[in-house]
Design a protein around this ligand. Structure first.
Ligand code: GAP
Length: 468
């Protein structure tokens, strides 16, 4: 039996248990859109809360913003996205499938070499290698051309070019355009950073792999402003913080993570040095987060295009300077996908016999701090006085934790459901609780061990487990 995690298993668990549903499902869906269900939204919110606490609230050198998604289109001219935020698009002449030329080539010449190619070279190689269309199998593509990934929409009642605005393709620019507002109102001294969480939109040519690459997604980004001479040690410090966030804070498996540096041809138009944090997905290693040294590119570009001087007055030297910027960037939705993949386990609870197949439980080992539900309150039976006592505990815990009351089905089935939801604790109220000892049984999700503790100690017990 293959017990390893696959994308299909995760997609199926997400639908079955209410983490992620296909978007607009009752209308036949809308390609590559996904809706987060009751447990998915808790997971996402916990990841965002943890990120905000770690990188904004617990640090003295960080503050947050929440900028508008729609921005003046000149922002995107200044940032370079109008000119450079493109992918090489090719059309199959037979079935009209649209594909990314570089992605077609990856299986033939390797990912690292593909990023170095010009549009002309991509076209030539796709033709010489006779790469077939993934949809119809024909080997007849148009020449590769640049396709801008920004979504456009119209602001106001007139749909003409004057009213055209872009849906932001990254949250970063909302930070750069507010640099002066934030620095002046908070009086922060260099080095300091501004963080933001929010939606971003990219008209990806080949979205896919479930929520890995979608056209609408969410980011958590930091722009950390420094003096030019100081960028390197601070950059390395941020890489260390990203490591800690992955391993300690989110509790992901260390051996599933690696760092990969972008070579010169792969660098974005604004970056002098970029590293990706990669995760080993079931489909191979892929980017999870990134960190770029954006130099003074963005602040200088916005100064040029807006006419507003985005400078910093050094209080010690009285010198005016344009800060340089280090950008640690995190995908929210991609982190949630990794949380799901990383937590998944199929565990043989009892081996197969001649008459019975093996009993296998699926368990999601989320770190308790990001688990959607922290505890399930289960009366042993759906009758009084057990149900009443369980409801009492539920009402009490609900003030502090996301907990669920569950009284239907056998206790075994309820345990299994909560194993799949990744609920760290199942708390059972039985006859002894009400008649004898005022204690409950707490079952640990990972070890399945049960212990009896006093009702009055449950809250503290959970608090301890969630904080570690
Ligand atoms: N401001 C820099 C920036 O946007 P990026 O590497 O293009 O850099 C940052 O994106 C992060 O956003 C990625 O590491 C990834 O986690 C996430 N991301 C990017 N495109 C995505 C997509 N189409 N779907 C889901 N997540 C995406």
């Amino acid at each position: 039996m293959n017990t390893s995690v696959t994308m299909d298993k995760i997609v199926s668990l997400c639908k079955r248990r209410g983490f992620v549903f296909p978007g607009s499902e009752i209308y036949g869906g809308l390609a590559n859109t996904w809706d987060y269900g009751p447990y998915g939204v808790e997971l996402i919110n916990n990841i965002k809360k943890t990120w905000w606490k770690t990188f904004i609230q617990e640090r003295e050198d960080m503050v947050g913003v929440d900028a508008a998604i729609l921005m003046n289109p000149r922002v995107w001219e200044a940032s370079g996205h109008v000119g450079s935020f493109t992918d090489p698009l090719m059309d199959c002449k037979k079935c009209h499938e649209r594909v990314r030329g570089d992605k077609l080539l990856e299986s033939k010449i390797g990912v690292e070499d593909v990023v170095k190619l010009s549009l002309k070279q991509i076209s030539e190689l796709v033709h010489t290698h006779k790469i077939p269309c993934p949809k119809c199998g024909a080997c007849d593509f148009t020449e590769a051309r640049s396709f801008n990934l920004m979504f456009r929409t119209y602001q106001g009642v007139v749909e003409d070019s004057a009213a055209m605005v872009y849906m932001r393709p990254e949250t970063a620019q909302g930070i750069f355009v507010n640099f002066k507002n934030v620095q002046q109102t908070t009086r922060k001294k260099l080095p300091f950073g501004i963080g933001q969480i929010g939606k971003a939109f990219r008209n990806e040519i080949t979205p896919g792999n479930f929520t890995f690459r979608t056209r609408e997604f969410e980011q958590m980004e930091i722009e950390y402003f420094v003096k030019e001479a100081e960028w390197k040690p601070l950059y390395d410090g941020w890489r260390e913080s990203m490591n800690n966030f992955f391993v300690q804070t989110l509790g992901f498996k260390k051996d599933k993570m690696r760092w990969r540096q972008h070579d010169d041809n792969e660098l974005s138009h604004y970056s002098k040095e970029t590293w990706d944090v990669e995760y080993e997905f079931p489909f191979g290693w892929g980017e999870l987060w990134g960190i770029a040294y954006r130099t003074d590119y963005d602040l200088k570009q916005h100064t040029k295009f807006s006419g507003e001087k985005l400078e910093y007055l050094d209080p010690e030297t009285n010198e005016k300077l344009v800060p340089h910027c280090i950008e640690p960037t995190f995908g929210v939705t991609r982190t949630a996908l990794v949380a799901l993949l990383d937590a998944y386990e199929e565990e043989e609870v009892s081996p197969a016999t001649d008459v019975k197949p093996a009993d296998v439980r699926i368990v999601m080992h989320f770190k308790p701090s990001i688990a959607p539900i922290k505890a399930a309150i289960l009366p042993l039976m759906k009758k009084e006085p057990l149900a009443g006592k369980a409801r009492e505990l539920f009402a009490q815990l609900k003030k502090n934790f996301m907990v669920e009351y569950d009284e239907s089905g056998s206790i075994g089935k309820r345990y299994r459901r909560h194993d799949e939801l990744g609920t760290p604790f199942c708390i059972t109220i039985d006859f002894d609780t009400v008649e004898k000892d005022d204690c409950v049984t707490i079952r640990d999700r990972d070890t399945m061990k049960q212990e009896r503790i006093k009702l009055s100690e449950v809250k503290e017990y959970m608090q301890r487990a969630i904080e570690t």
